[in-house]
Design a protein around this ligand. Structure first.
Ligand code: KG4
Ligand code: ZN
Length: 346
């Protein structure tokens, strides 16, 4: 592979339509992200039909803008990388069909990329010193996974949530407290500088050596605490803030503890924290502290890779193409569920 190869990345798994152009495996020439989030807000979550229609409407303008910003023409593109899943089926199909059409028209190879693995892989794009193997913690609205990353195509799942994903718990607790959607950024903001012990929530560790997670218990504990407080008077802003801080501390503490345990068990020296929840300021602080104490390298991909974006898809796609193990054609399918992906390379 030429090391200045141009990869077009396409991401449409949820509410962000994103196109990116990558030179080689790291140099992001453009990364255009357009979100339909405001169209979903009144429904308290992403509405699949609205999301797929928004992708259709935005797609061409996004592609044109990504080319313009990168100062390249479509003809110069060498490879097309696209998110196959997990995500909303209709939305994924919009991106996948566009990728196939471009691949056919331009006669360029196509590579399908897993969105969750790309979040973790983006650590490689942010930190040139990071080497395989490393531990990946993928924390998003739909997933909480501990992954031993052995190469771009080889990985092993070490732990996963047995109920809610971490981001999902943030969103549900925010809803209970009457905060907007998505809830994570609001809880993060309200928790700043608050006492994390005014409302203490037990850490769901499961068994001592388990690397799985469970967040629905904390969410239920917050629910009962809120109900209790509301019996006497409406919830004050002070209590809301302290509840946010107590909840956030519990979730972040468990994420850090289990990641450190996994890294030690597998003798891995670095942890990459990827996905929407990796933007959380308290999670970043606790990981940084644990990294110092445990002598582990902690990598938080650049903020631009925390939200859903096509640059990470292009990055992992380019690496998979270089490895040459994955050959995708027009039969490439989408999957909504991470567990239903084909386990090629795993
Ligand atoms: O990766 P992502 O953008 O989409 C999925 O693939 O799910 O993650 C979205 C999730 C939402 O649940 C959102 O509440 C959460 O990431 N999130 C945060 C923060 N920013 C986004 N959670 C906690 N703290 C944040 N600062
Ligand atoms: Zn994501």
């Amino acid at each position: 592979m030429k090391n200045n190869m141009l990869t077009l990345g396409i991401e449409t798994s949820c509410d962000e339509t994103s196109f990116a152009i990558l030179k080689g495996e790291r140099k992001v020439l453009s990364n255009v992200v357009v979100s339909s989030l405001k169209e979903h807000k009144e429904f308290g979550g992403v509405v699949p039909e609205i999301a797929s229609r928004a992708h259709l409407e935005t797609l061409l303008a996004c592609l044109k803008l990504s080319l313009k910003k990168a100062k390249v023409s479509l003809k110069q593109i060498d490879l097309i990388a696209v998110t196959r899943g997990p995500g909303l089926m209709g939305s994924l199909l919009v991106g996948l069909s566009s990728a196939k059409a471009l691949s056919m028209a331009l006669k360029k190879p196509l590579v399908g990329v897993d969105h969750v693995i790309a979040h973790v892989y983006s650590g490689m794009m942010s930190d040139p010193k990071l080497k395989f193997p490393f531990l990946g913690l993928a924390v998003s609205g739909g997933h909480t996974l501990l992954i031993e990353m052995k190469s771009p195509s080889r990985y092993e799942i070490l732990g996963r949530t047995i109920d809610d994903a971490a981001g999902e718990a943030f969103d549900k607790v925010a809803k209970m407290l009457g905060l907007g959607y998505p809830g994570g950024p609001e809880i993060d903001r309200l928790s700043r500088g608050e006492d994390t012990n005014k409302f203490f929530f037990t850490r769901p560790i499961l068994t001592q050596d388990s690397l799985d997670f469970s967040f629905s218990g904390i969410k239920t504990a917050v629910f009962y605490k809120v109900e209790n407080l509301k019996k006497n008077k409406p919830l004050s802003l002070r209590d809301k803030k302290a509840l946010c801080a107590g909840f956030q501390e519990s979730v972040c503490d468990v994420l850090v503890q289990k990641s450190v345990r996994a890294a030690k068990t597998r003798k891995l020296k670095a942890i990459v924290v990827g996905g929407g929840v990796s933007a959380n300021s308290r999670l970043r602080a606790l990981f940084t502290k644990a990294g110092r104490q445990e002598n582990l390298k902690i990598v938080f991909p650049d903020m631009s890779f925390c939200q859903d974006n096509a640059a990470m898809i292009a990055g992992l796609g380019a690496a998979l193409h270089r490895e040459g193990r994955q050959k995708d054609g027009l039969e490439l399918s989408a999957y909504s569920d991470f567990n239903r992906r084909d386990r090629r390379g795993n």
